[in-house]
Design a protein around this ligand. Sequence first.
Ligand SMILES: CC(C)(COP(=O)(O)OP(=O)(O)OC[C@H]1O[C@@H](n2cnc3c(N)ncnc32)[C@H](O)[C@@H]1OP(=O)(O)O)[C@@H](O)C(=O)NCCC(=O)NCCS
Length: 151
Amino acid sequence: MKLVQVTKDNLRKVVNLKLDETQIGLVSDNVLSMAQAAVNKDYQPRVVVVKGQIVGFLMYSEWLNADWAPVPRPNEYYIFRVMTDRNHQGKGYGRLMMNKVLEEIRAKNPKAIHIGYSESNQVARNFYQSLGFVEYGHFNWGDVAAKIEFK
Ligand SMILES: CC(C)(COP(=O)(O)OP(=O)(O)OC[C@H]1O[C@@H](n2cnc3c(N)ncnc32)[C@H](O)[C@@H]1OP(=O)(O)O)[C@@H](O)C(=O)NCCC(=O)NCCS
């Protein structure tokens, strides 16, 4: 498993990744994510590749220069898109991709890493808690906010 950049060669596969019908709305569409990444240089989109196959997508950003970051928090990071294609869920790829992206962000010496998910998303809540995220409230737009802090 590796995380790679989105390129002109893999973009179509990234936007064709699908959620289960019951999961639609839990995370924004990859088309929107890539449109946002095209106009925000701080956004870090990543493709999840397993044995040459594209199985998922995630995106994070430092907490600045975004509509959700009116007050900048340098050295804090927010992972705001995480998805595994519906045909590849439950195979351990989500855990692997989160471990990889946490490692990538930790290499930047962060003060904190934030994540968000909707109140109804019990799978995400349990999953992120198992990775060490601790809930601390809600974002303005209603999602549960959780973070890992570093001393
Ligand atoms: C959340 C998500 C990314 C997990 O991806 P995944 O590749 O299935 O993850 P894994 O196979 O590594 O599973 C991670 C954990 O979640 C659990 N899990 C995954 N799917 C589950 C399901 N449908 N029901 C219950 N638990 C589930 C697994 O059991 C695992 O826990 P464990 O290691 O303690 O057994 C995936 O379910 C998804 O894309 N969901 C829709 C989008 C979303 O909700 N994104 C998160 C909010 S931004």
